[in-house]
Design a protein. Structure first.
Lengths: 350, 618
């Protein structure tokens, strides 16, 4: 739905610590259906970037094709964006990141874009541990082509037209954990309280952060029998744990009782405090994290929150041992060996 | 019976089993010819296999400098039992058959018009080499030694080459030299006055180097300032990336940190490879990929995005014989149309057409300037023959004053200085090329949304027909601008009054020039134009207009360049005659001569006296 947004903002809305107003993180008006889960995620992205006080122009938005991939136009209007080819956001993000490691990369994709046409790209971006936040806006269907099931639709889920999905679903989070992503989370577009801090943590993690956000398609897949509907997810979700994300600039004010809280410090010195129920799984342990997902799946419950975290991982630049300078900033003097070196090369071929 | 005799004009064919180390021994022979100052051209004709299948290596020695493949052979070193008969039968009449006489020659191999030279290579190696694992490798060196004698060559040249290959301290060098001498001595003792082919020292190579095109291409990328590579392994392009990797290790390591000023990403497939290139180039790095036909097919969708969203990219296509997997280790020029029009919709891509390693170097470096300037993918069309075989060429040169042309890119200062609103797709200079910005340039200005969907001049999504059409027409204007920037064709007018012209490009050139020189000597002058780029410039149209008939010589079945010329220059089809060679082997001049003469005779264009028997005993 296209609507005009009022330009008026409350004059007393405070700027963030970098001096930016929340509106500095906004984008064009959304053209998605009214009530689309994706718009809530867009808002959460704006909120997370605002709260982290990221300079908007230092963020790069890259997406594939589909409803989700259209969203980068609707936030961060001062950032460069690239709406690329269906399923190929990870490759474009890889190239962009290689060219300039100093910027912040936000990859936005959908369940069709990632779990079907882009499955290979997703898997290998995770393997490369590309330093980026990879968000999947997951509605279990192809919205832009009018509601066909996608590969993340749950087996047995029923569509608006009554058809039952006969195929096994792909759990992108479980895959991401297996393939070595250092930060894996799942959330729900209807749960801003959880989603915003997850996005902030994901943006602060060094290496690949993957967040699967269940985001109901109000037009094609929001009937109560669909496992990707608002109703179903609200009734059937459970969080791994509660957590607090503390950016590195902020002082820690809360005291946590020993034994139930685990602090995980990220490379930028931000800290995630995980508050685990006594019988809960340890999400810093890969095996437990996967078991935890499977156990909840057996119970018909969607597990949300931080599913796995391991801040110690080398990203693509570390693996390739590339310079700490941005490659796109290097000049001919840095890059060209010159004519004398070429003479020596010629001599080797005589 | 007279046997073939010549000085510095012969073709030696080596018949081996692949994976036996023969290619490096055979290359040693070719390099020795080169180091004696005699023009030489080696061609490795190898199978799509790692070990155990037949492989051939042809070395043409030609003092006049005709270095295309000739097509037949005067001497064969037949050390592959499985192809013995084939190698025996194919030998030119009057030729020499050098074989491993450790086992007798099968009785069925009988010819009275060739000279058979047996050397017990395996037995000699068994006797003189202690380590059994080294014997097969040294057998290759042994026959090189024998050849050195048979062709009356300078043995010290070979020894020097082995010494520089292994280093003086290495005992391997000593062993190799010992076996080389053994082969030489054995041939001298048992086969004196046997072979009338000779290679004698000349001064015909000057400053030339001998290098494979893929190495030169990699160096072009190094000098052109490439910093990001996305690639997926594919024959015959892989060695570009390997050579680039070695160059990065040597020339792009930061002295203080040991870190590299290039990122080479082996992708999961060719789609990702080109995606990485496009992402990097969009973000301001110089990036390239190297692939072959199947990879280009996979990259087609992304190429259309880069064309339409106007993102630079450099793609090296080392062509091999298609369609499909085709003959993956054989050469062809059959991706021309697929590259010129890669992707759906109205898409056209500038092409560069190198003919030797020197041009691989200069054109690859230039491709980065062109891609940045034109904001579009630029494809360098090499092929397996050029890429993987060694070619004699001028030494590589680089002008240290030459700047990198990064094209129309606005920095923060320029954005601040603008007095009118900036539009990413707004053509302010009238050349069809607009100004772009890199991400992260300015806190409040210059950000835009890149997309493959239609948009207006200010990069806002638009489905307005007039806006779409205006943009597509601007891209055509940019195409016109490209013509002024691409390398010009190389034109040779032998006779301003000549009725015939010939047009060729890339690795077809060497054989084509040789054949046309032959026809001119026999009274039929044909002017030539070697295409070096697409889009075609006015010179190409003028050249065609200047002649009654133009022969288009190329290595594909369908005459793709002819099609492209007719289509792009709006020519009358009958004016261009397709002369094609597409057997997957580098064009053979003698076969090309026959094809060409047949085409000319059919049209009554051959001088009556000149239908020769060329191709037989010379």
């Amino acid at each position: 739905m296209t609507f005009s947004r009022p330009t008026f903002r409350h004059p007393d809305l405070p700027p963030n610590s970098a001096g930016f107003l929340r509106q500095d993180y906004e984008g064009a008006v959304s053209t998605l259906c009214a009530g689309c889960g994706h718009d809530s995620i867009s808002n959460a992205i704006i909120q997370a970037c605002f709260e982290l006080a990221l300079p908007p122009h230092r963020i790069v938005k890259i997406s594939g094709i589909g409803c989700s991939s259209k969203t980068p136009a609707y936030y961060l209007g001062r950032s460069h964006g690239f709406n690329s080819v269906h399923g190929r956001m990870p490759a474009v993000a890889t190239g962009a990141n290689m060219a300039n490691r100093d910027l912040i990369y936000l990859g936005v994709s959908g369940d069709g874009d990632t779990a079907s046409i882009g499955m290979g790209q997703f898997v290998h971006a995770v393997r490369r541990n590309l330093h980026m936040l990879y968000i999947v806006m997951n509605n279990g269907c192809y919205g832009l082509t009018k509601g066909q099931y996608s590969a993340t639709a749950d087996k047995g889920s029923r569509s608006r037209k009554g058809g039952v999905n006969p195929l096994e679903s792909i759990d992108l989070c479980e895959l991401a954990i297996q393939l070595g992503a250092g930060f894996v989370a799942r959330s729900f577009s209807g749960d801003k309280q959880q989603l915003v801090p997850l996005l902030k943590a994901g943006l602060s993690h060094s290496g690949l952060s993957f967040i699967d956000v269940i985001s109901p398609c109000v037009t094609f897949n929001n009937n109560p029998e669909s496992t990707k509907s608002y109703h179903w997810v609200r009734e059937h979700s459970e969080a791994t744990n509660t957590f607090d994300f503390v950016p590195f600039r902020q002082t820690i004010t809360t005291e946590y009782p020993d034994g139930t809280t685990k602090a995980v410090t990220l490379h930028d010195n931000s800290t995630i405090y995980l508050h685990k129920p006594p019988e809960g799984a340890d999400v810093t342990d890969r095996r437990q994290a996967i078991d935890n997902l499977e156990d909840h799946k057996d119970k018909g419950v969607v597990l949300t929150g931080v599913l796995y975290i391991n801040p110690e991982s080398a990203d693509t630049h570390e693996i390739l041992h590339t310079t700490t300078r941005a490659l796109n900033s290097l000049t001919r003097t840095d890059l060209c060996p010159g004519s004398a070196a070429l003479e020596a090369i010629n001599a080797r071929y005589r | 019976m007279t046997y073939l005799h010549s000085i510095n004009d012969c073709v030696i064919r080596f018949a081996n089993i692949n994976g036996s180390g023969s290619a490096s021994a055979n290359n040693l022979f070719a390099r020795a010819v080169f180091r004696m100052g005699v023009p030489v051209s080696p061609k490795n004709i190898f199978p799509s296999n790692i070990q155990g299948l037949p492989t051939w290596y042809e070395v043409r020695v030609n003092e006049q400098g005709y270095l295309g493949r000739r097509g037949d052979y005067d001497l064969v070193v037949a050390v592959n039992g499985k192809t013995l008969q084939q190698d025996f039968t194919g030998l030119a009449p009057g030729g020499y058959f050098l074989f491993d006489s450790s086992q007798p020659l099968p009785e069925m191999l009988q010819r009275n018009d060739v000279r058979v030279i047996g050397i017990p290579m395996t037995l000699l190696c068994n006797e003189h080499v202690e380590n059994p694992r080294l014997r097969p490798l040294l057998r290759n060196i042994l026959y090189v030694g024998a050849l050195a004698f048979l062709l009356d060559m300078e043995l010290p040249v070979f020894k020097d080459a082995l010494t520089s290959q292994f280093g003086t301290k290495d005992s391997l060098a000593a062993t190799n030299i010992r076996i080389l001498e053994l082969g030489y001595t054995h041939a001298r003792e048992h086969h004196p006055e046997t072979c009338h082919l000779a290679v004698h020292r000349r001064d015909r190579t000057g400053e030339a180097i001998i290098m494979d095109g893929n190495t030169a291409t990699a160096l072009g990328a190094l000098y052109g300032g490439a910093t990001v590579v996305g690639w997926y392994p594919i024959t015959p392009a892989t060695s570009i990336i390997e050579a680039f990797g070695r160059a990065v290790e040597q020339y792009r390591r930061e002295a203080d940190t040991g870190r590299f000023t290039a990122a080479i990403v082996q992708a999961e497939d060719e789609l990702a490879a080109i995606g990485i290139v496009i992402g990097a180039a969009w973000n301001g790095a110089r990036a390239f990929t190297a692939t072959s036909g199947p990879g280009v097919s996979l990259m087609a969708e992304f190429l259309g995005l880069a064309y339409f969203a106007e993102i630079p990219a450099v793609l090296i296509n080392v062509q091999r014989a298609g369609p499909s997997t085709g003959m993956p280790t054989r050469t062809q020029q059959s991706d021309l149309l697929a590259c010129a029009y890669a992707s759906h919709g109205d898409t056209k891509n500038p092409l560069l057409l190198p003919a030797d390693p020197d041009e691989c170097f200069t054109m690859t470096a230039e491709a980065f300037d062109l891609a940045d300037r034109l904001q579009t993918p630029v494809i360098v069309l090499s092929d397996l023959d050029l890429g993987m075989n060694d070619h004699l060429c001028a030494p590589l040169t680089w002008d240290d004053e030459r700047p990198y042309d990064r094209g129309k890119v606005l920095d923060a200062e320029q954005l601040d200085a603008l007095t009118v609103p900036w539009g990413r797709y707004l053509d302010v200079d009238g050349d069809g090329i607009c100004y772009r910005t890199y991400p992260g340039t300015h806190p409040t200005k210059g950000a835009y949304f890149t997309r493959g969907t239609s948009r207006n001049e200010y990069s806002a999504y638009s489905e307005d027909s007039a806006t779409y059409q205006r943009n597509m027409e601007r891209l055509l204007l940019k195409w016109e601008t490209a013509k002024s920037l691409m390398p010009r064709p190389a034109i040779t007018i032998h006779d301003p009054a000549a009725r015939l012209g010939a047009l060729f490009y890339g690795t077809t050139s060497a054989a084509a020039v040789e054949v046309l020189d032959g026809l001119r000597a026999r009274g039929l002058p044909i002017n030539t134009l070697r295409l070096r780029a697409f889009p075609f410039q006015q010179e190409v149209l003028d050249f065609i207009a200047q002649h009654e008939l133009v022969l288009v010589i190329e290595q594909n079945r369908d005459g793709q360049m002819r099609t492209l010329l007719i289509n792009e220059l709006n020519l009358e089809a009958g004016k261009l005659v397709a002369i094609t060679c597409f057997d997957g082997l580098p064009v053979a001049s003698r076969a090309l001569a026959r094809t060409l003469e047949a085409a000319l005779s059919e049209r009554g264009l051959m001088p009556p006296s000149s239908l020769s028997e060329q191709g037989d005993v010379s």
